[in-house]
Design a protein around this ligand. Sequence first.
Ligand code: 4GX
Length: 237
Amino acid sequence: MVRAGLEEGVVSRGIERGLLDVAIHDLRDHTTDRHRSVDDVPYGGGPGMVMKPEPLARAVETIRRERGTPDTVVLLSPQGRRFSQSEAERLSRVGHVVLLCGRYEGMDERVRTLVATEELSIGDYVLSGGELAALVIIDAVGRLIPGVVGDDQSVQEDSFSRGLLDYPHYTRPSEFEGLKVPDVLLSGHHAEVLRWRRRAALERTLARRPELLDVAALTDEERALLTEIRKEQEKKS
Ligand code: 4GX
């Protein structure tokens, strides 16, 4: 599943170009019983299975031996701290990251205390395994590694790297199904375009994700714009 997810896209080309390296480890290769079991019934009873601690501990031990001690060992689970753009930025500066993916209903608690050094969740929903969460993290972190995305500026100006939602984008044609591209974007007035985009990003963030404005790093000009937008919306309502 992880291999399939790494077969295409900007991050996979980064891997081909040697800008980052991703190794996949199958927990079943770190089992010792005939059935190569990675799960067992829960102590105390109840439904569902629990990931055994030994295969995970042995897999990380193998990684330590072959590639050195990782800088961080991340357990992926809905109980983790929420993964975000700032977490992606942090991980993009870490040299060696191990992502632990589990299946089933739970993970033996001793994996948390002995093997993992942190726990991350990609969102409040339940996946059938940690592999898709790992792919999400590899993608978000991978594209922040210098050179992976061709246009460095586009990464820096991304929605969220500034803590705001993105402004609306348009390309040709200038009119589609009766909807026109805003005149200012065709005007060639670069300063006006920038101002329109800043304002549009603030309007959108205020309308859809107002809580982001509490933590976004805004310039004095943006604070003034925001006050203006709020006043206009008061008038409308
Ligand atoms: N963000 N899952 C992990 C198995 C599991 C259960 C408990 C550790 C402890 C998820 C998420 C997620 C489902 C991956 C349960 N592992 N992972 N899996 N949301 O839902 O990261």
